[in-house]
Design a binder for this molecule. Structure first.
Ligand SMILES: *[C@@H]1O[C@H](CO)[C@@H](O)[C@H](O)[C@H]1NC(C)=O
Ligand SMILES: *[C@@H]1O[C@H](CO)[C@@H](O)[C@H](O)[C@H]1NC(C)=O
Ligand SMILES: *[C@@H]1O[C@H](CO)[C@@H](O)[C@H](O)[C@H]1NC(C)=O
Ligand SMILES: *[C@@H]1O[C@H](CO)[C@@H](O)[C@H](O)[C@H]1NC(C)=O
Ligand SMILES: *[C@@H]1O[C@H](CO)[C@@H](O)[C@H](O)[C@H]1NC(C)=O
Ligand SMILES: *[C@@H]1O[C@H](CO)[C@@H](O)[C@H](O)[C@H]1NC(C)=O
Ligand SMILES: *[C@@H]1O[C@H](CO)[C@@H](O)[C@H](O)[C@H]1NC(C)=O
Ligand SMILES: *[C@@H]1O[C@H](CO)[C@@H](O)[C@H](O)[C@H]1NC(C)=O
Ligand SMILES: *[C@@H]1O[C@H](CO)[C@@H](O)[C@H](O)[C@H]1NC(C)=O
Length: 726
């Protein structure tokens, strides 16, 4: 009866939870895009591109065919895709939301606000948008802007709505000249945004140019904005130099010293209009954010809140209990870290970076995580012949190892043709893709990743999805179709022996497994040993011998399965070995378990009725609620004073009148480490000539057929240029 009551309470709470949260799964990324999603569209066969595109959104990949008559390569590669639904593909292009239906018709989605290029898709139709605010004359903007907003894209209604946001205070426009997110980086369930901003201080009558890093916790689901914490800094140089660009550099790998691991690279325009390249170091940024929210929650220290800081007001944090990723009543704690940031002109890199800054429209930085542990900076220059790809180890590794693209036997004609080309990171096959706007010519430069993987387990686990195979003791790329089972099971290691072969509760349940070779494991990998549904825990390894303690839950005869997995990335393969011998398991307490199960089951049946009634009720409410999600435009009754009561409205929940919803609602937390270990799929590359380094392709002039109404059957009569849709 007690259990019964508990279940009813739980059911009721579940109902409330559904109503109050608006959750999406924590994005988990493929290894090559672990730190940053460089592009959501890639060419599946860039050396001979036809109409096949790969779409990547937050760890999920699909392939779609988009005919040239619908949109051209140049435009498609610029799409920021929101979902992976083949027949209802939503994307943002040139600051407008669109939906591609049945791979043939593009129509604009309904959205009452303004979009900028700063879109980060999380999957589940959710995307973060950081509006670009450019307000040099400090005039009142129309419409109101938000600092950060979470957008929901609905493929059914073809509407985009703002579900959560961090709004401006009533007259913040008097202080914010510029707010521009220029880069982001994600790892370990956290998202870091690099924002350059200029704020006007009325009292001292001067403009401060600053760099801010905002951290959001991705496992908070739709409540991620309420987890925001920021650090910001300014430098004397910012008084004269204008920051043109700002991007994160994170170096992975064991050899990098901690104080160089986190870097912010900038290009700055000096008063003479000369562009320089400048690097800032921040020691262990991860702990800095924890420290900031911790100090803020303690109610003293030098932490203020973002709203005070932006208005150059003096304010302090409220004392609350500290919890990681929950800033409670303290809305965006903000710490001035100017004193601990060190800046450095990379004079050792003079030739490669400093002098080239002048030609760099947008440097691109790629870091591959462990076990690849590789970092490269793409100094993409216009004119094209100055473009280089350089290995980046650390600041002091001289000389920087660079490949000059023009050295790669590209004819002078092509070089000039690619002068104004757009650059993209191609996910699979991995490499750099250049595409020209007018002629849609493609230049692909493959980047080798397999050779970074040093053992068979690494090669298969991390490389199989990119086409790597383990061949005569090295990891190499191979285009042939692959049989995944033969490459993942009993391939890198085998089980030689197991003992004992009978396990029951009256004998020791320690199982000893002998492998054919010692297993080398990284800390990010997990070893799972199973006999059917029976898990073997307390694993101890010594060379090729493994001991573990078998939990006898299910009787029967089973093969032993030893598997090595990595839960961090979405695209790793599980590699395993299966014993040829079977173990007999006698789970003696299975009768007792059966009794418990049957008791629980009868309770469940009784509760199902209660649940169905509740669920129907709350589901109905929830549906009604989602229907009328609209963009809340005004932050009512907001007064920009220091009163904490009034500032509480700083966070605008979905329903602006519902005060109870203002305290960030507890979101359903989906731990990434607990996510299901699904077997990742393999895309067999269409065989391409890897040997030839590049190819050019001409396609028909770019055209697009906009669709005004779903009913319009034959859209072909209305060819139009994408740019004319604006
Ligand atoms: C390119 O692809 C087309 C169609 O798939 C094929 O007919 C052609 O032979 C390919 N060309 C090369 C050079 O691989
Ligand atoms: C897309 O395809 C589906 C099924 O093939 C069809 O029912 C639907 O009408 C199509 N939509 C448009 C806009 O053509
Ligand atoms: C700012 O004011 C100047 C001069 O009044 C004007 O030329 C410029 O267009 C304004 N800029 C914006 C972004 O409104
Ligand atoms: C924002 O920053 C980007 C650089 O990442 C730049 O290209 C863009 O022009 C900036 N926008 C404004 C309005 O300054
Ligand atoms: C720098 O460029 C700006 C705008 O392009 C121009 O107004 C200014 O005179 C230039 N300064 C120098 C020192 O050339
Ligand atoms: C706050 O900052 C000032 C300097 O700006 C420093 O002297 C003081 O020790 C800091 N206090 C704390 C608690 O960090
Ligand atoms: C941040 O700290 C630096 C160095 O102490 C100081 O110069 C700057 O004025 C501070 N900024 C704010 C907004 O307090
Ligand atoms: C348990 O297994 C041992 C051998 O490992 C065997 O001697 C014993 O009889 C078994 N006991 C039962 C209850 O099956
Ligand atoms: C496994 O257990 C056996 C017997 O208990 C012991 O001799 C051996 O050292 C253990 N091996 C490991 C790797 O712990």
């Amino acid at each position: 009866m007690f259990i019964h009551l508990l279940l009813i309470i739980w059911t009721f709470q579940f109902c409330l939870l559904i109503q109050e949260t608006y959750s999406f799964r924590t994005p988990k990324h493929d290894s090559l895009f672990y730190y940053k999603t460089h592009a959501s569209v890639f060419l599946t066969n860039p050396l001979n591109h036809t109409t096949s595109y790969g779409i990547y959104v937050a760890g999920q990949t699909i392939t779609v065919d988009i005919p040239t008559s619908v949109a051209n390569v140049f435009d498609i590669l610029n799409w920021k895709v929101i979902n992976v639904k083949k027949n209802q593909l939503m994307f943002v292009h040139q600051n407008k939301p669109y939906i591609l239906i049945n791979q043939t018709i593009i129509s604009e989605m309904e959205y009452s606000g303004e979009l900028s290029d700063s879109i980060i898709a999380f999957g589940d139709n959710e995307a973060l948008h950081v509006p670009t605010i450019f307000n040099p004359n400090l005039t009142k903007p129309i419409p109101d802007w938000n600092y950060i907003e979470l957008l929901h894209f609905d493929d059914q209604s073809e509407k985009v709505s703002v579900s959560r946001f961090l709004p401006w205070l009533k007259d913040d426009w008097k202080f914010i000249k510029e707010w521009n997110m220029t880069d982001y980086i994600h790892f370990d369930n956290k998202l870091y945004l690099a924002i350059k901003r200029s704020i006007w201080n009325e009292k001292s009558a001067k403009v401060t140019q600053e760099i801010s890093i905002v951290r959001l916790c991705l496992d908070k689901g739709s409540e991620l904005i309420s987890s925001a914490v920021e650090i910001h800094f300014t430098q004397e140089a910012f008084e004269n130099n204008k920051i043109i660009d700002l991007f994160f550099v994170f170096l992975s790998g064991p050899l990098i010293t901690e104080n160089q691991r986190y870097q912010l690279h900038t290009t700055q325009s000096q008063p003479s209009n000369f562009t320089i390249y400048y690097i800032y170091f921040i020691y262990d940024i991860v702990s800095l954010f924890e420290q900031t929210s911790n100090e803020c929650a303690s109610g003293f220290g030098n932490i203020t809140l973002l709203r005070h800081h932006l208005r150059s007001e003096i304010g302090k944090c409220k004392k609350t209990s500290y919890q990681s990723c929950s800033t409670k009543a303290n809305i965006v704690p903000s710490k001035n870290v100017s004193l601990i940031v060190t800046g450095q002109i990379p004079d050792l890199l003079d030739g490669a970076l400093y002098g080239l800054a002048i030609f760099m429209p947008k440097p691109q930085f790629v870091t591959l995580p462990s076990p690849f542990d590789r970092a490269a900076i793409l100094i993409r220059a216009k004119p094209f012949f100055l473009t280089k790809i350089c290995k980046y180890r650390n600041l002091f590794s001289v000389p920087l190892e660079c490949i000059n693209l023009h050295a790669n036997s590209i004819s002078p004609d092509d070089i000039s043709e690619f002068n104004e080309a757009d650059f993209h990171t191609n996910k699979l096959p991995y490499g750099a893709v250049y595409v020209t706007k007018e002629t849609n010519k493609i230049l692909f430069i493959p980047i080798e990743v397999c050779s970074r993987l040093k053992t068979c387990t690494q090669c298969i686990m991390y490389g199989l999805n990119s086409g790597c195979i383990w061949f005569t003791s090295i990891c190499v790329h191979d285009n042939q179709p692959k049989n995944k089972v033969t490459l993942t099971v009993d391939h890198c290691f085998k089980i030689m022996n197991i003992s004992p072969l009978i396990l029951n509760s009256s004998s020791p349940t320690i199982l000893t497994i002998e492998l054919d070779k010692p297993l080398i494991m990284a800390s990010q990998e997990q070893l799972v040993i199973q006999a059917g549904d029976n898990h073997c825990t307390d694993i101890a390894m010594n060379g090729q011998f493994i001991n573990c303690s078998m939990r006898l839950t299910k009787s029967g005869e089973f093969n032993i399965d030893v598997s090595l997995r990595n839960d961090r990335y979405a695209d790793t393969s599980i590699i395993s070995a299966v014993s040829s011998d079977k173990v007999h398991i006698f789970a003696s307490d299975s009768d007792y378990t059966l009794i418990i199960i049957s008791v629980l089951f009868s309770c469940l049946i009784i509760n199902s009725f209660a649940f169905i009634v509740y669920f129907r009720k709350c589901n109905k409410k929830h549906l009604n609620r989602s229907k009328k999600v609209s963009r809340p435009r005004k932050v009512k009754q907001f007064v920009g004073t220091l009163s904490d009561k009034k500032f509480i409205k700083f966070f605008e929940p979905k329903k602006q009148t519902d005060l109870s919803a203002i305290t960030p609602v507890k979101a359903q937390i989906v731990s990434s480490t607990m996510a299901t270990l699904d077997d990742s799929r393999i895309i067999n590359e269409t065989s391409s000539e890897q040997a030839s380094l590049w190819i050019t392709m001409r396609s028909v002039p770019r055209q697009i057929f906009p669709r005004r109404k779903l009913l319009q059957s034959k859209p072909k009569q209305r060819p139009n240029d994408f740019s004319q849709l604006d």
